[in-house]
Design a protein around this ligand. Structure first.
Ligand code: ADP
Ligand code: SF4
Ligand code: MG
Length: 261
């Protein structure tokens, strides 16, 4: 395995879109692990929703690799941890159960070149920090836009990474086209002792391909958006600079944000 990375960020900010397009753009073998109870990371790679580990384990306590690992576009292997039934149970626990099972049945034995965990951002609990711990992901990347809540979540994630002694590889700016967006995200990255890994424009091809349960990379391979995902994963694969983040305190964060609006 060349790299094991975890992608964190506020819900709805574009983690799964970014993860699936990066995996589609990376030509070597990639293992994609969706750790969000929404279980939609791999849908655009496989072309449909796949059964989740938690769902599978409800009917079958001893699942095998072929019950939970699905082949997706361009040399990807896809897994979804899944979530509890709405209102019942603990989603973080699902991630732990999923990780243990993947280890036990040797899901990593075929030695993929890249492992990507698509995690969450606004849940600050033990379960969702599992991929960040040793033996799972080595590097973390945070997806954010220039919006207040997204940066706020990114700052909280930086706090979590620092607590767990994780390595922050950089910030991915997924644009929502808000005022001064690239400037504000660039300054945010620098204030928490990190850097920008890539800037992804807002692009309607994302929706068009999502309707077809596909990635932009697969559906529109010659588009500039597709090239951007490809550059992003290349930057990440070549990245050797990591930091222990220096998250902002609440007041510092407010001061920083309001100096841009
Ligand atoms: P998350 O995994 O962080 O919850 P998603 O990847 O599911 O977020 O994205 C949320 C929505 O935003 C999706 O409907 C997706 O199509 C849209 N989206 C994400 N990135 C972009 C982009 N660069 N341009 C246009 N739409 C985007
Ligand atoms: Fe489980 Fe995390 Fe929710 Fe607590 S916050 S119930 S640990 S998912
Ligand atoms: Mg998602």
């Amino acid at each position: 395995v060349l790299k094991k990375i975890a992608i964190y960020g506020k819900g709805g900010i574009g983690k799964s879109t970014t993860v699936s397009n990066m995996a589609a753009a990376y030509d070597n073998s990639t293992f994609v692990i969706g750790c969000d109870p929404k279980a939609d990371t791999t849908r655009t790679l496989v072309g449909k929703r796949i059964p989740t580990i938690l769902d599978t384990m409800r009917d079958n306590t001893q699942p095998e690799l072929e019950d939970i690992v699905y082949e997706g576009y361009n040399n990807t292997l896809c897994v979804e941890s899944g979530g509890p039934e709405p209102g019942v149970g603990c989603a973080g626990r699902g991630v732990i159960v999923a990780m243990n099972l993947l280890d036990k049945i040797g899901a990593f034995d075929n030695d993929p070149d890249l492992v990507i965990y698509d995690v969450l951002g606004d849940v600050v609990c033990g379960g969702f920090s599992v991929p960040l711990r040793e033996d799972y992901a080595d590097e973390v990347y945070i997806v954010t836009s220039g919006e207040y809540m997204s940066l706020y979540a990114a700052n909280n994630i930086a706090k979590g990474i620092k607590k767990l002694n994780g390595k922050l590889g950089g910030i991915i700016c997924n644009c929502r086209n808000v005022k001064n967006e690239v400037e504000v995200v660039t300054e945010f990255a620098s204030l928490i002792s990190s850097k920008i890994m890539g800037i992804i424009p807002r692009c309607e091809l994302v929706q068009t391909s999502e309707y077809k349960a596909s990635t932009v990379v697969e559906t529109f391979p010659d588009s500039s958006q597709s090239k951007i995902y490809s550059e992003l994963i290349n930057n990440i694969m070549n990245n050797q600079e990591f930091s222990t983040p220096t998250p902002m305190g609440i007041e510092e964060f407010e001061e920083f944000f309001y100096s841009y609006v």
